[in-house]
Design a binder for this molecule. Structure first.
Ligand code: IMP
Ligand code: MG
Length: 418
């Protein structure tokens, strides 16, 4: 029987905990592919007290699945080199595979990213300054240097010189150094992944950022420069869409956003600070404090729909512990009228008022979380079950994974997917 490609995507503005979920899903998979973005991502897996951080490789590779960088990514060669070494040091043997078509982020792209942010002034996006937008822009202009080009030094040098002229910026780049790192890993990603599936094995497609940062479906222009939705995983890897398996949407039990842009359920003050501290809500890549807020149902419905999620993973339920009440935005008020369709509110998202429903909080001891991990879903605190049950019904999607601690093992899995 043919294998399937399972997808992991973020349903919010990134940092939902995709790293951990991808790790769990990648156990027993043959390969795991990052399909968009670059070293702007920060995917973390905490394994036996050791925190593993990935910016470029799929976090699922820690589970032993072969790491793949698919065509739709932009490759940060230094981050790639570092993480390949990290995996080796950890004893992971799988040999990474990099698409020849993936575009390389050059020092010039970081300079342009920084310069653009400066020029935007008050309208800055708050990018990670990793050169992501400029690298994708050059790809679309058909100017970019692809990983496969690095193997042909003369060709690459003339491309690099054209890039300097067009951007009006000089830059130093050690193309030979980049070639040495990347060349051994180059290969045919689409051919490989389709053969893995043909042989009946499973593949995981690991998304980065989140649906609300999608270049087409997010809060443009306050978005990243790629499609972050599940369908992009198929475009990028060259796996046909009908080979999809589970499409797991990952959402935090609350919301965070790093960078600028509208955020209707944002909260400030002591509660926001407490959640930020407790949840370690600082950018993995940039260290910036993340903005914090309640769940946003219209936004989540939008995300579930356009990803076609077959199931949801809810993370960081433990971080909400100790609150008397938990709020969830169920619709918006826009100039006095109620709106519950995200896409309708989107052009005015900066000035909608959230309408909240209030839930009872929970306050289990550390031991009670461990009991739930051991004994399963029904051992979760009743208020958590109430919250998750309501979310399942409202989003019309089963919740199969509940994360109650940073450790990979601190996860309650529904029977069906154990
Ligand atoms: P860029 O992707 O660096 O161009 O940044 C564009 C926007 O996406 C900014 O608001 C960033 O903070 C945000 N962003 C990019 N990558 C991530 C991520 O992995 N997690 C959360 N936000 C991200
Ligand atoms: Mg992150």
């Amino acid at each position: 029987m043919s294998g399937k490609a399972d997808v992991v995507v973020g349903l919010q503005w990134g940092d939902e905990g995709k790293g951990k979920v991808s790790y769990l899903l990648s156990r027993g998979a043959e390969a795991v592919a990052r399909f968009q973005g670059g070293a702007n991502a920060g995917h973390t897996v905490m394994l036996n007290g050791v925190r593993h951080k990935f910016n470029m490789l799929p976090a699922g590779s820690l589970a032993g699945a072969r790491p793949v960088i698919a065509a739709g990514c932009v490759l940060d060669v230094e981050a790639f080199r570092r993480e390949v070494e990290h995996l080796r040091g950890f004893g992971v043997q799988a040999f990474p595979l990099v698409s020849r078509a993936v575009h390389v982020v050059l020092p010039l792209h970081r300079m342009v990213d920084g310069r653009l942010e400066e020029l935007r002034g008050g309208a800055a996006i708050g990018t990670t300054l990793r050169g992501i937008g400029p690298a994708y822009a050059d790809k679309m202009l058909r100017l970019g240097v692809r990983a496969g080009d690095l193997a042909e030094p003369g060709h690459t040098a003339s491309k690099a010189s054209l890039l300097q002229k067009i951007h009006g910026m000089g830059f130093e780049v050690d193309l030979e150094g980049l070639r040495k790192v990347v060349e051994p890993f180059l290969g045919d990603v689409s051919g490989y992944l389709n053969e893995v599936l043909d042989s009946g094995l499973r593949v995981v497609l690991e998304g980065a950022q989140g649906t609300l940062l999608d270049i087409d479906h997010g809060t443009y222009p306050y978005v990243t420069s790629s499609n972050t939705v599940a369908a992009a995983g198929f475009v990028s890897t060259g796996i046909p869409v009908q080979r999809h398996g589970r499409i797991v949407g990952v959402m935090k039990a609350y919301t965070t956003r790093v960078g600028e842009g509208p955020f209707p359920t944002e909260i400030t003050g002591p509660l926001a600070e407490a959640l930020r501290e407790r949840g370690g809500e600082y950018g993995t890549t940039t260290g910036r404090p993340r903005r914090v807020g309640w769940l946003d149902i219209p936004a989540l419905k939008h995300a579930c729909r356009i990803n076609g999620v077959t199931e949801i993973a809810v993370t960081k339920l433990d971080i909400l512990s100790g609150l008397d009440e938990i709020r969830v935005c169920v619709r918006y008020l826009l100039d006095g009228s109620e709106v519950d369709v995200f896409a309708e509110a989107l052009p005015w998202l900066g000035r909608v008022e959230p309408v909240y429903e209030v839930f009872r909080g929970w306050k289990p001891s550390a031991g009670e979380w461990v009991q739930a991990v051991r004994h399963g879903w029904d051992a979760l605190p009743p208020q958590v079950c109430e919250y998750l049950g309501w979310l399942e019904k409202t989003l019309n999607t089963p919740i199969t994974i509940a994360s109650v601690g940073e450790e990979a093992g601190m996860t309650v899995l529904r029977e069906s997917i154990r």
